[in-house]
Design a binder for this molecule. Structure first.
Ligand code: SAM
Ligand code: DTB
Ligand code: SF4
Length: 336
């Protein structure tokens, strides 16, 4: 399908959310003239979200390094010499302190990441206590712990977890170039277990690993064609970490990155599209284009898991210069 066959008029923004996108349709969105795509994405954005609100999540690595998986982008894989050491699971009190600081700085969601293939039973019990501590502070909670069984997902839900992050990372076709220790189907199975447990889904991918435009289209198509759209869609720009196989991956054309955000916004109108890893090396102008294209969520705080993120002062200044305001979390805005 050529770009001319896609309805990019503002009226197209009123379409109901769909789960039957063809690759041709998604590719045609990517092929639209840049301005047409941005206008469509911004129109969709305004139909479904507060125009100038940004959801703010703070990340903490609760278990760092020595991960048995071989994800080619990841500084925490035991397979690559990146200087990231093996650390034990943090204590609950330390996590509570980090979460309290994140709340004081203005975050509404606290995301705990662990370098696991999947969590072990006794660690999961400690993580349950961490989730309770985060919730007691009035923050939304998110965890990303690798693969989950149905029972583990239910255990996390019972602890009060709000979101589970598990990314597809790229297209099913390109995935085998990046990860060999876990299948694409295993990722889909975890997402299904998370959904079945009643948790909200945070699922996205990484741009800049050498994937083609077609792979980007397939990733977004797979996300949009899930039985329910993820509530949160993180779009990461690869952080090239020395020692990983992707340390010298080719640069992404910034406009192609913005296009990816815009297509995610059009395909998943109700989702929060998060401008995720990679912001530290983005100009303020590029970030503003990403917000214009429909991004309405960021990771907020000096650190992602092991790599850097813009400091809080820079982000506050950026939001202020753009007239963007932090989104209160759902429970708070519902008066709970
Ligand atoms: N180990 C768990 C897993 O893989 O599901 C959770 C943590 S893992 C670090 C979470 C996500 O971070 C990955 O799926 C990937 O999308 C993202 N990520 C990791 N390293 C990255 C990098 N160098 N650049 C951009 N995103 C990255
Ligand atoms: C996501 O999509 N990106 C975040 C979060 N989910 C867990 C992680 C980014 C990690 C970047 C590399 C690092 O800091 O180790
Ligand atoms: Fe492990 Fe997650 Fe890193 Fe893959 S992305 S190596 S599973 S920590």
């Amino acid at each position: 399908m050529s770009a001319a066959m896609i309805d990019a008029s503002p009226g197209a923004a009123d379409q109901a959310a769909r789960h039957d996108w063809s690759l041709e349709e998604v590719s045609a969105l990517f092929a639209l003239p840049f301005m047409d795509l941005i206008l469509l994405a911004q129109t969709v954005h305004r139909r479904h979200h507060a125009a100038n609100a940004v959801q703010m999540s703070t990340l903490l690595s609760i278990k760092t390094g020595a991960c048995p998986e071989d994800c080619a982008y990841c500084p925490q894989s035991v397979h690559y010499a990146t200087g990231v050491g093996r650390e034990a699971l943090l204590e609950v009190a330390a996590v509570r302190e980090h979460a309290a600081r994140a709340r004081a700085a203005g975050a509404t969601r606290f995301c705990m990441g662990a370098a696991y293939r999947s969590p072990r039973g006794r660690d999961l019990e400690v993580i349950v206590a961490m989730i309770r501590a985060v919730r007691e502070l009035g923050l939304e909670s998110c965890a990303t712990l690798g693969m989950l069984s149905a029972g583990q997902a239910q255990q996390l839900k019972a602890a009060g977890l709000d979101y589970y992050n598990h990314n597809l990372d790229t297209s099913a076709e390109f995935y085998g170039e990046i990860i060999h220790t876990r299948t694409y189907q295993e990722r889909l199975d975890t997402l299904a277990a998370v959904r079945a447990a009643g948790l909200k889904v945070c699922c996205g991918g990484i741009i800049g690993m050498g994937e083609s435009l077609r792979d980007r289209a397939q990733l977004l198509r797979t996300l949009a064609n899930l039985p329910e759209h993820p509530e949160s869609v993180p779009i990461n720009r690869l952080v090239k970490v020395p020692g990983t196989p992707l340390a010298d991956a080719p640069e992404v054309d910034p406009f192609d990155f913005v296009r990816t955000i815009a297509v995610a916004r059009v395909l998943m109108p109700g989702a929060h599209v998060r401008l995720s890893a990679g912001r530290e090396s983005m100009s303020d102008e590029l970030q503003a284009l990403c917000f214009l294209a429909g991004a309405n969520s960021i990771f907020y705080g000096e650190k992602l898991l092991t790599t850097g993120n813009p400091d809080v002062a820079r982000d506050r200044a950026l939001l202020q210069r753009l007239g963007l305001t932090p989104l209160p979390h759902e429970a708070a805005s519902a008066g709970a």
